[in-house]
Design a protein around this ligand. Structure first.
Ligand code: CO
Length: 222
């Protein structure tokens, strides 16, 4: 069986399993989606958003790009945030990075990969901003893990600073932005101690997360 046919066959079996559990499942989805969460994660194939949090179709609105970066001029990401917040009314935005992120490692090593290097400049900006936290770490592996965390914290702040989230908060909309990190090595998510809602001081939340994650044991490389 060719690769493509294997995927189609998998799809038939998957849809059959879902229908067996709930014959109305797909019919209900055609009428509406009402996800409570927006997930902003890395495009990495090892971090499938719905799967790692055990959510079904219709439960998670997803944006993924290389190294889970939120850029203020990225119309694609901003449109996803706007639609999720204004139209779907999601109450939680999760920025989820992951250890072992190829984009973060490439940014750290300043290695040449092609066009994507331009995108990864944003991660290098994070790296430069937090040089004082990265430089003392003894190994490249530890710096990579730390930069994965710092990148999430920074992108959470970027989400909070978008006009979209600011406007939602101004309107009194309940909306929380948080940062998590996923470990490919054990399949577990960790909370990065950053959770920002309406009325919270973004700078203070960021500083607290930087301190909390600096002392956490999860930073130890396996
Ligand atoms: Co990645």
């Amino acid at each position: 069986m060719s690769h493509e046919h294997r995927l189609i066959a998998n799809n038939r079996a998957w849809a059959e399993r879902i229908r067996a559990a709930d014959p109305e499942f797909f019919q209900k989805l055609t009428r509406q989606q009402s996800p409570e969460f927006l997930w902003i994660g890395c495009a990495d194939s090892r971090v499938p958003a719905n799967e790692i949090v055990g959510l079904m179709p219709g439960e998670l609105f997803v944006h993924r790009n290389v190294a889970n970066v939120v850029v203020h001029t990225d119309l694609n990401c901003l449109s996803v945030i706007q639609y999720a917040v204004d139209v779907l009314g999601v109450k939680d935005i999760i920025v989820c990075g992951h250890y072992g992120c190829g984009g973060v490692i490439a940014a750290l090593a300043n290695s040449r990969q092609g066009l994507v290097d331009n995108w990864l400049r944003h991660v290098q900006d994070v790296m430069r901003r937090h040089e004082a936290l990265l430089a003392p770490l003894p190994t490249e592996a530890e710096r990579a893990r730390r930069l994965c965390e710092l990148n999430v914290i920074e992108q959470v702040v970027n989400v909070c600073q978008t006009t979209l989230v600011q406007s939602a908060w101004d309107r009194g909309q309940a909306l929380t932005v948080r940062g998590w990190i996923y470990d490919i090595a054990d399949g577990l998510l960790q909370d990065l101690s950053i959770r920002i809602g309406r009325g919270d001081d973004i700078g203070r939340a960021q500083r607290a997360a930087l301190v909390a994650t600096a002392t956490a044991t999860r930073r130890e490389p396996r």
